[in-house]
Write a protein that binds this ligand. Structure first.
Ligand code: 8YV
Length: 331
């Protein structure tokens, strides 16, 4: 019998994906709720052909060098900022991710946060529960209208487009966006306009971030950017926390540079309960749940398993985050 590839799965993933791996590979699943410590991960993958990783696993060059047989890292996420892609490409290791299947679920959470932050849902629910709902107040808990106001999408990829469509067709919002490349089909479909970030910040009533985290986007939102926004503006982030200078965001929320914020991602994650962001009533914070639906996580597990199997078999991945690796792949 040929040797079955050895695979380490760094956290329990949905059965749909796990079963497919177990059919073809020798699989060890990390059983704990908390991720393996870096040195544990390093020891676990020493003789592995493939890893299923999560965004909590830092996959860097020294880790790769500790796994000489490693052919594929299949990330259970669309974002791959936890992985050193260049180091993987150099070593012939294919990196898989899960684009597409979580687009709608993520855009749904962006809508949820937008509505909640605009209408002060977090703050008013807490007030009601804690006994501050004393009477009908004509000027109490006043939020912002949504319909017809301008939405700025920062990063017009799959998820940015899904968000733009929801808000344009559902609420009649005019769309402006930033993007590395022009998107004529989107301009035509949504009557959208590609602009530079300062213009987007100045004209948008809602700013929703959908960019990936890389050295050029880290800290993209700082004090200057919040100052360029309208005092009535609502800021939404469902991409990655480090795109935002969080001290600057706390300041912007406290000083009224912007109206409110809705975040599914923070820096760090988890955000400790003592963090000043939680003390801002005009900030709605979700614990990175955008892809967390039964159906979406099943689909993510399925693609994740496909990528892993293709990786150990030397076949093309369903979704590869470092396509430049192809001619150098370890077999
Ligand atoms: C989480 C995500 O990473 O896909 C992404 O990039 O941020 C989320 O889907 C995932 O749930 C855990 O790795």
């Amino acid at each position: 019998l040929p040797m079955r590839p050895k695979v380490f799965v760094s956290r329990m993933i949905p059965q749909s994906g796990l079963k497919r791996l177990q059919e073809r590979c020798e699989v060890e699943v990390w059983p704990d709720r908390m991720p393996p410590a870096p040195e544990v991960l390093r020891a676990k993958i020493a003789d592995c052909d493939g890893i299923v990783s999560l965004l909590t696993d830092r996959i860097d060059a020294p880790l790769m060098d500790a796994a000489p047989r490693l052919k594929v890292v299949s990330n259970f996420a669309v974002g791959v900022n936890n992985i050193d892609l260049a180091a993987a490409t150099e070593r012939g290791i294919a990196i898989g991710n899960t684009p597409g299947v979580l687009t709608d679920a993520t855009a749904d959470i962006a809508v949820t946060l937008l509505l909640a932050a605009a209408r002060r849902l977090g703050e008013s629910m807490i007030d009601a529960r804690e006994g501050r709902w004393l009477t009908w107040e004509p000027t109490g808990w006043l939020g912002q209208d949504i319909g017809g106001r301008t939405l700025g999408i920062v990063g017009m990829g799959r998820i940015g487009l899904a968000m733009a469509r929801r808000m344009h067709y559902g609420w009649g919002m005019p769309i402006v966006y930033t993007s590395r490349t022009p998107k004529p089909e989107i301009d035509a479909e949504l009557k959208a306009r590609r602009v530079e970030l300062p213009e987007l910040l100045a004209m948008s009533d809602y700013v929703s971030v959908h960019a990936d985290l890389n050295p050029s986007t880290k800290g993209l939102f700082g004090a200057d950017q919040f100052r360029q926004m309208k005092p009535t503006a609502v800021f939404i982030n469902t991409s990655r926390g480090p795109l935002v200078d969080q001290d600057a965001l706390v300041m912007a929320l406290r000083e009224g540079l912007i109206f409110s914020a809705g975040l599914d991602v923070t820096d760090p994650e988890p955000l400790p309960p003592t963090h000043p962001l939680y003390a801002q009533p005009n900030c709605v914070i979700a614990p990175h749940i955008a892809s967390a639906t039964v159906q979406t996580r099943d689909e993510m597990a399925r693609i994740c398993a496909e990528n892993l199997l293709a990786g150990v078999l030397g076949q093309p991945l369903t979704a590869c985050a470092n396509p430049a690796v192809e001619p150098k792949r370890r077999r």
